[in-house]
Design a protein around this ligand. Structure first.
Ligand SMILES: Cc1cc2nc3c(=O)[nH]c(=O)nc-3n(C[C@H](O)[C@H](O)[C@H](O)COP(=O)(O)OP(=O)(O)OC[C@H]3O[C@@H](n4cnc5c(N)ncnc54)[C@H](O)[C@@H]3O)c2cc1C
Length: 428
């Protein structure tokens, strides 16, 4: 399904003129979904099962831009596949427990095809505002392929599915512009192959930073990982089962602090004392931190043993860069050939959504910040929804998608029933 102009029987007032400099305006059937990543696909697929039409606007030229264009080659899902399935479709039985990114992309493509999701590609949403007089969301999208032509789409319902990882975050560090070597963000890193024999500083120690260090080592590079604050490293599996799965099961019976204590006890037995090798553990436990800040613990896939053996060196926070290296906060200086910033991503919602009800100023779901993840998917009665902002990865996105789509479907049926004249068929 994709954006078509409504057949004229939609019971919403037709927007008379476009706003925000758009050259034309289309009133679409059903909701507008911004973003064709896993969240956008999940909500579209569920709407399709409710026989509700929709329009998906996606800035890149294909689905799941993050997974297609901004991830390293060796990436596998961090969590077992049962925790990463989108609604209504299991992963194929022959997929491994931790599917590769190529497996995951295959799954997403067949998911989109199966549920008839055909996004409008190359449409970057630059503005969305609620027109209270018309009770419509007015969404402006710019098409680069069309010479930057802006089109306004209008609908009573808007689903924000642009993700928590829409824009890269690169820290400003003194002297970075003076550094003569290559500086790149982890989103541009594919493999350690071209860094063979080079000294590479990886800034950041999350799952990506750790795994890139492992990859660099395996390709004969010399990685140094700069660690600013504490980090929880956990084995990906404990007693032959996924650590995440064990934690989820324990949380059904035990308070979070007790589960954290148990996880850290087993981590200590399996990995040893991470602090001895420069990875200080934060005061709060891994699950508590995830709940409060959204920051995931590192699930080790092999980097830890290379840290212990000294093949990956831990260095402190960077104080400044020079032409050929970095100076650290402890006063030490080292030379490097390249710097990789594994410093994460941020939401881009504040740059285009002109509505402060559902999101904080930095583009996070307000309810999630207030630790009410079950409420974060719907705005206060103006047809605004968000999917994929619960801080709970693909699992959370699937749950949001089911709720948002069911809610929209109810409202869509009411609109269709109230439509004057010939009814729009809701079968699609
Ligand atoms: C390296 C890495 C590994 C991860 N591994 C896991 C994992 O194993 N399990 C897990 O649950 N989660 C994992 N995550 C988290 C992961 O990002 C999400 O689970 C998943 O991609 C979220 O899907 P999404 O659709 O919400 O966001 P995204 O995948 O980011 O998709 C958002 C889409 O919106 C589009 N978009 C953004 N802005 C605009 C705009 N203004 N106009 C139009 N389109 C726009 C983007 O191009 C993109 O296609 C990982 C993240 C990273 C970075």
């Amino acid at each position: 399904m994709q954006g078509q102009e409504a057949a004229g029987a939609t019971p919403t007032p037709r927007p008379e003129k476009s706003s925000a400099g758009a050259e034309c305006c289309q009133l679409v059937q059903g909701p507008i979904i911004v973003g064709a990543g896993p969240s956008g696909l999940a909500v579209a697929a569920t709407l399709s099962r409710h026989a509700v039409p929709f329009t998906v606007l996606e800035r890149s030229d294909g689905i799941a831009d993050l997974w297609t264009n901004r991830t390293y080659d060796r990436l596998r899902l961090h969590l077992p596949k049962v925790f990463c399935e989108l609604p209504h479709a299991r992963f194929p039985a022959d997929f491994p427990t931790y599917p590769s990114k190529h497996d995951f992309l295959r799954y997403l493509r067949s998911y989109a095809a199966r549920f008839g999701v055909s996004p409008l590609f190359g449409r970057t949403v630059t503005r969305a505002r609620f027109d209270a007089a018309a009770a419509l969301w007015r969404v402006t999208a710019v098409s680069a392929a069309d010479g930057g032509r802006a089109t306004e789409y209008a609908s009573p319902w808007l689903v924000v599915a642009t993700g928590e990882n829409a824009e890269v975050v690169v820290p400003r560090v003194k002297g970075m512009e003076r550094f003569d070597g290559e500086v790149l963000h982890s989103s541009a890193y594919r493999s350690g192959e071209r860094f063979k024999g080079r000294r590479v500083l990886v800034v950041g120690c999350g799952n990506s930073g750790m795994e890139m260090c492992l990859d660099l080592c395996e390709h004969g590079a010399k990685p140094f990982m700069s660690v600013r604050s504490g980090v929880h490293v956990l084995p990906r599996e404990m007693f032959g089962s996924s650590t995440f799965g064990i934690a989820m099961s324990l949380l059904k019976w035990l308070p979070i602090k007790v589960v954290d204590w148990l996880l850290l006890l087993v981590a200590r037995l399996v990995l040893g004392d991470t602090e001895k090798h420069g990875l200080r553990r934060p005061k709060l436990g891994p699950l508590e931190i995830k709940n409060i800040t959204g920051k995931s613990p590192v699930l080790d896939v092999g980097a830890w043993s290379l840290i212990k053996s000294g093949n990956i060196k831990i260095v402190p926070e960077v104080e400044s860069f020079s032409g050929n290296g970095a100076r650290f906060v402890d006063g030490n200086e080292m030379a490097f050939d390249a710097v990789i910033c594994a410093t994460g991503y941020r939401s881009n919602v504040p740059s285009w959504l002109k509505d402060g009800e559902l999101f904080t100023e930095d583009g996070k779901a307000k309810a999630q910040q207030q630790q009410q993840p079950s409420n974060q998917w719907r705005g206060p009665n103006n047809g605004l929804y968000c999917v994929g902002f619960s801080g709970r990865g693909l699992l959370g996105a699937g749950a949001d998608a089911l709720r948002a789509a069911a809610d929209i479907a109810g409202r869509w049926q009411e609109w269709v029933a109230a439509a004057p004249g010939p009814k729009i068929s809701s079968s699609v």
